[in-house]
Design a protein around this ligand. Structure first.
Ligand code: TYD
Ligand code: MG
Length: 458
C-alpha cells in the first residue's frame, strides 16, 4: 500500500515545505501555508502513446520541412483576440486568461464561443449555472447551435464528457474551481491547480484541441495559484481595465506563438464586449474649444499606434505637502518629469499639487508619452491651452533632453490620419525620416525641454 504523505504549500506562490511555517521564505507572505496530501503512489502511466497522426502538436518534424502555412492556427471571429494571440489560436495550445473579478473574462470567452461557427465548443463553468450562462448569451444576442455548456467541477467528469463530445475548442471557467480526485486537497489549492492544469495540458497537446483557462488573480494582480501554472501554459493573457470605465484591454503577458507587445481594446457595452477598431478615435475627445492641461501623445502599443489624451491639473497646494497623483501613468516617472521641469525650466512646482490622468482608463508604458505629459503639465500650470491639432511623441531624459522614439513614421501617419496638423518629435528622430512622405502634417523637432515651452507658448 502506498503511504499518503502530506506537505505544506504556500497558497500564494506554491512553495513547498515539510513543516508549517508562518512566513513564506519564498514570497514573504504571512500565514499562507496549508497542508495538502501529496500522492506518493507511482503513477501507472506517466505518458501515453498517442496516435502519431492525430497528435500534430508533439510529433517531431524536420525543421526545414515545416511548412509555414497558417493551418496550424484556428482563425477566430474576434479580431482583437486574434491579434493578441499572434494571428489565430494555435491548435493544441493552452491559454490562460487572468483578470480581476467582473472585468469580463467570462463574457469575452462566451462571446467567442458563441461567434465560432461550424465548430463544436464546450464551455465548462464551475462558477455559473446553465441558466445564468443562457441569460448571458441572450444578453449578448448571439446564438450558436454547436455550443455545449457544462456545469461541472470534477476534472474526471469533464474529461469523460470531452471524450464523448470531442469539441474543437474547450473553455474552462475557471481553473480555480476544478478539482481532481487524485489529490485530496480542496479546489483552488496550489496542488489541485497544478495537477488539473497539467492534465488539461496533456489533453490539449494529445488531441490538438485548444483550451482556454480562466484564472483568478490575487490582490496584487498576479494569477492566483502556483507560478508554475504560468510556466506550463503556452499563453498568458491579461484582461485589464478600470471596472468603472467602459474600455478593457487584453494583453499577452506570455505568448509562445506570438509577440507580447500586442494589445486588444474592447468596449464593454450593454450587449457584451465590442471590438474597438479605431482606438485613437475613441480615446481622444473631439472638443470644440481648447482647454488648458490637455496634450495628445502618439504612443505605440505593440505594432499599433495609439493616440492618447493626457490631462494634467496643476494647482496651488492647499495643504502643507503638495500632492502628486497619477492615473494610468507611473507616479515615479511623473515625479521625475516634474523634477526635470523644475530644474531645467525653472518652474516652481514644489508648492503645487499635480494630478495627471490618462483618458479612457488606459495604462501607458511607452516612454514616448513623456513629452505630452510635460506639455500638459506646462499648459495647466500656465493656464494656457496648447494650440489645437498638436500631437507629441518623444521621451524626456533627466537632463531635459528630448530623446528619439521608435517607429516614428507610424506615429506620424496615425496622427495625420486623425487630422492632426503639427507633430512635435525629437531632433534626433529626424535623421533618416522622409518628411516628404507626409503631406498635410507639419513636423517640428525639438532637442530640449526649454525649446518646447518656447514653441508652444512663445
Ligand atoms: P464577467 O464576464 O462576469 O466577469 P468575470 O468573468 O471576469 O468575473 O463580467 C461581468 C461584468 O460585465 C458585469 O459587471 C456586467 C458587465 N456586462 C456588461 O456590461 N454587458 C454585457 O453584455 C455583459 C454580459 C456583462
Ligand atoms: Mg466569470
Amino acid at each position: 500500500m502506498a503511504k499518503t504523505k502530506s506537505a505544506f504549500f504556500c497558497q500564494n506562490c506554491g512553495a513547498q515545505s515539510p513543516r508549517w511555517i508562518g512566513k513564506c521564505p519564498s514570497c514573504s507572505e504571512w500565514n499562507t501555508y496549508v497542508e495538502e496530501i501529496v500522492n506518493t503512489k507511482p503513477e501507472k502511466k506517466l505518458w501515453s502513446k498517442a496516435d502519431g497522426k492525430k497528435n500534430k502538436a508533439a510529433a517531431p518534424q524536420v525543421l526545414s520541412n515545416v511548412s509555414i502555412t497558417d493551418d496550424h492556427r484556428m482563425a477566430i471571429p474576434d479580431k482583437e483576440l486574434n491579434r493578441v494571440l499572434g494571428g489565430g489560436l494555435v491548435y493544441g495550445s493552452l491559454v490562460l486568461m487572468g483578470g480581476e473579478p467582473g472585468i469580463g473574462k467570462s463574457t469575452l470567452l462566451l462571446q467567442l464561443a458563441l461567434k465560432l461557427k461550424n465548430q463544436k465548443v464546450l464551455y465548462v463553468s464551475g462558477e455559473e449555472s446553465e441558466q445564468q450562462i443562457k441569460m448571458r448569451a441572450d444578453r449578448l444576442q448571439l446564438k450558436n447551435d454547436e455550443l455545449y455548456v457544462l456545469t461541472e467541477t470534477s476534472l474526471e467528469n469533464i474529461f469523460a464528457q470531452l471524450a464523448h463530445l470531442e469539441p474543437s475548442l474547450v473553455i474552462i471557467d475557471s481553473i480555480q474551481t476544478v478539482f481532481t480526485e487524485k489529490i485530496e486537497s480542496s479546489p483552488g489549492s496550489v496542488s489541485q491547480i497544478r495537477e488539473c492544469a497539467a492534465e488539461l495540458l496533456r489533453y490539449a497537446k494529445e488531441t490538438s484541441t485548444p483550451v482556454f483557462l480562466v484564472g483568478h488573480i490575487t490582490k496584487d494582480g498576479t494569477i492566483a495559484g502556483p507560478k508554475v501554472l504560468e510556466h506550463m501554459v503556452d499563453t498568458v493573457l491579461q484582461f485589464e481595465g478600470d471596472r468603472h470605465h467602459v474600455y478593457r484591454i487584453l494583453r499577452a503577458a506570455k505568448n509562445r506563438f506570438g509577440s507580447t507587445a500586442e494589445l486588444g481594446i474592447y468596449e464593454m457595452q450593454g450587449a457584451g464586449l465590442q471590438e474597438v477598431a479605431n482606438p485613437s478615435a475613441v480615446l481622444i475627445a473631439n472638443r470644440e474649444e481648447s482647454l488648458s492641461g490637455v496634450a495628445i501623445a502618439a504612443t505605440m502599443e505593440g505594432i499599433r499606434p495609439l493616440l492618447i489624451e493626457t490631462q494634467a491639473l496643476v494647482s496651488s497646494a492647499v495643504y502643507g505637502t503638495p500632492q502628486r497623483s497619477s492615473t494610468g501613468f507611473d507616479l515615479r516617472r511623473l515625479s521625475m518629469l516634474l523634477a526635470v521641469l523644475e530644474k531645467r525650466c525653472g518652474f516652481r512646482l514644489g508648492t503645487k499639487d499635480v494630478f495627471l490622468n490618462i483618458a479612457g482608463g488606459i495604462k501607458v508604458e511607452d516612454p514616448a508619452i513623456d513629452l505630452a505629459v510635460i506639455c500638459a503639465v506646462l499648459s495647466s500650470s500656465e493656464d494656457m491651452a496648447i494650440p489645437p491639432k498638436y500631437c507629441f511623441a518623444a521621451e524626456v531624459g533627466l537632463s531635459g533632453e528630448i530623446r528619439p522614439v521608435t517607429r516614428v513614421e507610424q506615429r506620424i501617419s496615425e496622427a495625420e490620419k486623425m487630422g492632426f496638423e503639427k507633430m512635435i518629435i525629437s531632433k534626433y528622430n529626424k535623421k533618416g525620416l522622409d518628411i516628404s512622405r507626409f503631406g498635410k502634417i507639419e513636423i517640428k523637432t525639438v532637442s530640449r525641454v526649454e525649446e518646447v515651452f518656447q514653441l508652444l507658448f512663445g
